[in-house]
Design a protein around this ligand. Structure first.
Ligand code: NAD
Length: 442
């Protein structure tokens, strides 16, 4: 539960209009913890791998947690205090790796869950990384560019001694972009007095970003979707696809699937949604969102709600917004055959059970959206070599990693006769446990 962090978050919430959803979030979080839900599949995996309870205990707690208070002068001259977090879940397989989220719902409980999923995700794709995550409780949509720059620089300086290129490497996530990664890197460089681009990934190309990083999560999701379609004998050509969210990771996957003949029948963002059974053009949707601020009202479409893409008639469902969107309340109404989790944690454990009973094939987040961290890893490797790859080289390496991760997961599923989520957890946790044993930590 979020109980331990209540005093920290409440203080900020009472005084900070830029994080105005916090009180409401705390109420929701104290009833049901994202982190507790995130840990549920671990228990099933522990049975398969015959893990001692003490190992489950170790894996259930992050190695280190940092909470920082960030006083920022806003454009109107007032000082607002924001709360920032960085959680290092596990570093047995390498430095912690995971993005930074700016969102009103960010709280310690959520950041812990996201850090834990990063450890598992990096294990599934076999990267030499552990897992971490960071975030600030704020609403970036209500802040000016100058305020966001001051907030990002303040956060970078507050967590600088907690992170490092060999220790904990952040990147972007919901509500953050490559410009913010640039500000973060600049602040870090000033503190350590060295040029260290490998401190953060998803940076602009001009300061050491990798080719292909912007579309990497969507590209990886696409490769996994193609493999899943082959493995479960579902042709993609002509398949109808519904996507919740239309941000950084959703837009590229919509385009790649459209390019191989899929119909994008539904999309949504935080303001509303659009549905057209005949399909919608992904790029035109981007242009419409750019000019109107929303995907709703797209020409020729019917207006739907933000959660409706989950339950529309479709062959492939891709949740690509936030966690806990598919719950026991709407899982019964999911109509797709294949569900590809591009968002982190979009399905609650209760909903997962319902989907399994219905025979929906769920490709779990820790596999489906691992393309982003894979190209972040490539970016980090290129920064350390000081030698940069072409877009084609990055794409080829990404495809190799994603196809292998799918095959390894699929083989694990067959070996243990389990679903894809349990297979991915089993694969990742067995790799993690091997590393922890080799280090003598367990
Ligand atoms: P983003 O901020 O670029 O986009 C989020 C999208 O979700 C936006 O279109 C927003 O309007 C929409 N949204 C927010 N709340 C919604 C709601 N209640 N209903 C419908 N839509 C809603 O973020 P992103 O980077 O695209 O991340 C999306 C998801 O993918 C997150 O779960 C994130 O953790 C995960 N992810 C991101 C990356 C990455 O490289 N950025 C990598 C792996 C996983």
């Amino acid at each position: 539960m979020c109980i331990r962090e209540l005093p920290v978050t409440l203080e900020g919430a009472e005084h900070n209009k830029y994080a105005s959803n916090m009180l409401q979030v705390i109420n929701v979080q104290s009833q049901s913890s994202v982190y507790e839900k995130a840990l549920e599949p671990l228990r099933e995996t522990a049975k398969i791998l015959d893990l001692h309870e003490s190992i489950v205990k170790v894996l259930s707690e992050p190695e280190k947690t940092l909470i920082v208070s960030l006083p920022i002068r806003m454009d109107d001259g007032q000082i607002e205090v924001f709360t920032g977090y960085r959680v290092r879940h596990n570093t047995a397989r390498g430095p912690a790796k995971g993005g930074i989220r700016y969102h009103p719902n960010v709280c310690l409980d959520e950041v812990k869950a996201l850090a834990y999923w990063m450890t598992l995700k990096n294990g599934v794709v076999g990267l030499a990384y552990g897992g971490g995550k960071g975030g600030i409780t704020c609403d970036p949509k209500k802040m000016s560019k100058a305020e966001l720059e001051r907030l990002t620089r303040s956060y970078a300086s507050a967590i600088a001694r907690f992170i490092g290129p060999n220790l904990d490497v952040p990147a972007s996530d919901v509500g953050t972009d490559s410009q913010m990664m640039g500000w973060f890197m600049d602040e870090y460089i000033k503190i350590v007095g060295q040029s260290l681009p490998s401190i953060i990934t998803a940076k602009p190309l001009s300061i050491g970003g990798s080719k292909g990083r912007e579309t990497a999560t969507g590209r990886g999701t696409f490769f996994v979707t193609v493999e899943a379609a082959k493995a479960f004998s579902m042709p993609l050509k002509g398949a109808s696809v519904s996507i919740q969210g239309y941000g950084k990771v959703a837009r590229p996957v919509a385009q790649y699937l459209y390019d191989v003949g899929c119909k994008i029948v539904a999309v949504s963002d935080s303001t509303g949604g659009a549905y057209n059974a005949k399909g919608m053009h992904p790029l035109k949707l981007v242009e419409h969102k750019k000019s109107t601020g929303s995907v709703k009202g797209f020409p020729g479409s019917i207006e739907i709600g933000v959660v409706d893409p989950i339950t529309v008639d479709c062959d492939v469902l891709i949740p690509a917004a936030l966690e806990n969107q598919i719950t026991e309340k709407n899982a019964h109404e999911v109509k797709s055959k294949l569900l590809i989790e591009e968002a982190n944690g979009p399905t609650t454990p209760e909903a997962d059970k319902i989907l399994r009973k219905k025979g929906v094939i769920v490709i779990p987040d820790i596999l489906a959206n691992a393309g982003g961290v894979t190209v972040s890893y490539f970016e980090w490797v290129q920064n350390r070599m000081g030698y940069y790859w072409t877009e084609e080289e990055v794409d080829e390496k990404l495809k190799t990693v994603m196809v292998k991760a799918f095959t390894d997961t699929y083989e694990t599923c067959k070996e243990h006769e389990v679903d894809m989520r349990t297979g991915a957890y089993t694969l990742s946790i067995s790799r993690l446990v091997d590393a922890m044993k080799a280090l003598g930590r367990i």
